[in-house]
Design a protein around this ligand. Structure first.
Ligand code: GDP
Length: 457
């Protein structure tokens, strides 16, 4: 197991950090002869990354004058077995001369140092964290050991250093890193749904059908609707009997009396753009009597560019001809035209008869789930290691591109950050390999997934 030592002047929160990392697992007091009795050892786990953490808080002394010397002597012994050092400063107090003294000494050592700005909750802490850059160890990890914030970032900083040596658990142990990530997993509110499409695709008819009242003006004339912007309503899912809340965003209504001079075709793309500001899931409505046109792909592309979940519904299915070849043709054209997603939900509906509408809404709730999903860091990195092993990154000029670890930086839409070195040399095809893997193997099929490459400073 790799060993990580916690270093810092008194009162910066070393023991609190130690206890946070070790959690309920009992800290072992080392009583081997010849080892300083002041050191505490504990088993730490962050998101499946296991290591031994060493607390040096016991070195603190009643007489601060002698501290640097004592610290040096004691730390020298401890550093011998250490794979990484967490150099803790107090973000609230800011840097002190003693911090700087320790930093100077640490720079003369060979152990990799991760600067940690503790007590970084709130705005006062933020300033201190920025100050910690000046220690010369790169980007500080801002955290609050007491509140358990920022532990996932600590994982991000430690992984490149000790990840290879660490034994990772077989079962996903997500306690520390994922406890704080779970804020985001608050229950999802009403499904924010927008329906977009070219003029005359049947958007207004569809909305009226869904709401069960003639709230919007519909007719053969294109682009005549201008009504309310958002409508809240309850839908009972016939498949499960569940009652679910939906906020429907009426993009046609957002046109605000469409300036007739503007081309209607252009307007529908603009509508889609505006809709995505409000919507989680967007339904692109096609007209079965027209098929898929270039304009539809442009709208779909705009939705995906904005990172929204997309569903395609072919309307007017009641009057569709050659239904199966129409459907398959559209499926193929979508796969070809929209490289950024695979297997978009494609449904046949009729706003007039109501056919397929419950299926469409069910699909909308389902795709919102994957769009909102977070993969625990440990599971993500297990997949990542396998993906790299199956297809190692190339070695341009004989020097291998190193991909070290991956984290999911956000959900809704899902975004991932891959850390590594020589990333500018990584071919686009390899990036696509990773994106496709995330989609296929981690359950992000059909949602826009973004991957950013980052080299640590
Ligand atoms: P919008 O411009 O997208 O809002 O389109 P509208 O809702 O105004 O519909 C345009 C035309 O298509 C109207 O004449 C509707 O009656 C017709 N329409 C809409 N949905 C259907 C459908 O499911 N089947 C058939 N046969 N016609 C439809």
């Amino acid at each position: 197991k790799p060993q990580v030592i916690i270093i810092g002047r008194p009162n910066v929160g070393k023991s609190t950090l130690f206890n946070r990392l070790v959690g309920k697992r009992l800290a072992l007091v080392d009583d081997q002869p010849g080892v300083t009795r002041d050191r505490r050892f504990g088993d730490a786990t962050i998101a499946g990354l296991e290591f031994t953490v060493v607390d040096t808080a016991g070195w603190e002394d009643d007489d601060p004058e002698t501290l640097p010397g004592r610290m040096r002597r004691q730390t020298e012994v401890s550093l011998e077995g250490a794979d990484a050092a967490l150099f803790v400063i107090d973000a609230r107090a800011g840097l002190t001369p003693l911090d700087e003294e320790i930093a100077r000494w640490l720079r003369s050592q060979t152990v990799p140092v991760v600067p940690v700005a503790n007590k970084a909750e709130g705005a006062a802490g933020e300033a201190g964290a920025i100050e910690a850059w000046s220690l010369g160890f790169g980007e500080p990890v801002a955290l609050s050991a007491e509140h358990g914030e920022g532990i996932a970032d600590l994982f991000g900083a430690l992984w490149p250093i000790i990840g290879e040596k660490a034994e990772r658990r077989e079962t996903i142990d997500t306690e520390a890193a994922d406890a704080e990530e779970s804020d985001e997993d608050a229950p999802l509110g009403p499904l924010k749904l927008a329906i977009v499409g070219r003029p005359n695709a049947g958007k207004s008819t569809l909305i009226n059908r869904l709401l069960g009242e003639d709230r919007l003006l519909t007719g053969p004339e294109a682009g005549i609707t201008r009504d309310s912007i958002a409508v809240d309503w309850r839908w009972t899912d016939p498949a499960s009997g569940e009652v679910r809340d939906i906020r429907l965003i009426d993009t046609a209504g957002m046109r605000k009396k469409a300036r007739v001079t503007e081309k209607l075709e252009k307007l529908s793309v603009a509508d889609a753009r505006r809709a995505v500001d409000f919507a989680e899931v967007v339904v692109l409505l096609l007209d079965a009597t027209k098929g898929l046109e270039h304009q539809d792909l442009k709208i779909a592309d705009a939705v995906l560019q904005e990172g929204r979940a997309l569903i395609v519904a072919i309307n007017k299915w009641d009057v569709a001809e050659n239904a199966s070849s129409l459907f398959n043709g559209i499926r193929e054209a979508l796969n070809e035209g929209l490289a950024q997603v695979r297997g978009l939900p494609l449904l046949a509906v009729s706003a007039r008869t109501g056919k397929g509408l419950d299926t469409m809404l069910g699909a909308a709730f389902e795709i919102r789930e994957s769009w909102s999903k977070r993969v625990p860091t440990a599971a993500l990195n297990r997949w990542f290691d396998d993906a790299l092993a199956a297809n190692p990154p190339p070695a341009p000029g004989g020097k291998r591109i190193k991909l070290r670890y991956i984290t999911q930086s956000s959900t809704r839409p899902p975004r991932f950050v891959v850390f590594g070195t020589r990333l500018d040399m990584l071919p686009k095809s390899y990036e696509r390999y990773l994106v496709n893997g995330i989609r296929r193997e981690l359950g992000f099929e059909a949602v826009p997934v973004r991957v950013v490459l980052k080299s640590p400073k």
